[in-house]
Design a protein around this ligand. Sequence first.
Ligand code: SF4
Length: 413
Amino acid sequence: MTPAAANEPAATSGVRQVRPRTEGWQQKKDATGRPLLQFASPKRGKPPVHLADLTPAERVVKAVELGLPGFRAKQLEKHYFGHYTSDAAAMTDLPATGRDELVAGLLPPLLTEVRRLETDRGDTIKFLWKLHDGALVESVLMRYPGRITLCVSSQAGCGMNCPFCATGQAGLTRNMSAAEIIEQVVRANRLIRDGGFGTAAHPDERVTNIVFMGMGEPLANYARLMQAVRVMVDKDHGLGMSARGITVSTVGLVPAIRKLADENIPVTFALSLHAPDDHLRDELIPVNSRWKVDEALDAAYAYYEKTGRRVSIEYALIKDMNDHAWRADLLAEKLNQRGRGWVHVNPIPLNPTPGSVWTSSERDVQDEFVRRLNDAGVPTTLRDTRGKEIDGACGQLVATAEDEAAAAGAPVA
Ligand code: SF4
């Protein structure tokens, strides 16, 4: 038994227990000795202000500032959110005089496509984007029967420092603006409309579902996340998507979860739990040093109570680390303590990151984990690891040296 295993709760005795620190992971610490977490975005040049960063009223003011009547803002909204275009030449309903200035002022370029990788016979596409300051982010487009999901990034890098996650290892570069988040959706919609994403099921096909599971901790970029969500759901001045099709995930920033519940926008909420005991979660999810498992679960339950929306618990199954039967039982117990019918668990076999010694659980262990939760009355479904072949699954979105090289010579899209 390793020294770490000697400290495990009694339930684990005799069970092999891998831990981040026994696998060589060194938790970075701040000046006070607590796990290093970056909540504030490093100061960098801000991206240009864009239509999608503004409220409808602010867009009108901006159009007037640019020398055109306020109602021209509404026309721009139609072009951008409805026709997915930022090209002034295509906007022939706008007067030629002042059109270029209006478009340059409200629809500045935000994302340059650096690279596009396809897998699943074209049903999954990973995009690598360069932001105005050279920061790299990714999004993944996935076609499923009856829906098209886009996994979007909300930050360049991430400050949450989760040891199993490639993005977390690179640290936080900066928060993304609301418009940079929205532009990922608009660009995906443009590709779908132009026939670049396989055979469309119908002519108006577009992204139907959004998951905030790309780069970044969305709730650490709260104001811009919420502006982006408002634009996604706005039927008159935005993309007009269903809030239910939007999933906001977090590793457990409790005050922000409670704030999200008060927003009155019924998005789907997902808590990336990954361990039901603080003993392990303190290491696996460093933000657990601020808000413990029970606090995160209480906040998730409060989200359900307030919105009536069933909460998802995300759980990356890591071999011999968090996939033990007793942990499935403990998770079920903790969820059932709070009520029935409020939660769904999504275990997902870990996608090993380059250089990581951790691997995903064995198939029979995964099945046993799922079975125990279901038997305890907690609906549980093993999740698809779509995008694995192109490093596009959760925890794998990170700019590689190759990406950096491609970005250095990338043409402007
Ligand atoms: S798992 Fe999520 S929160 Fe943790 S470091 Fe990775 S991107 Fe950030």
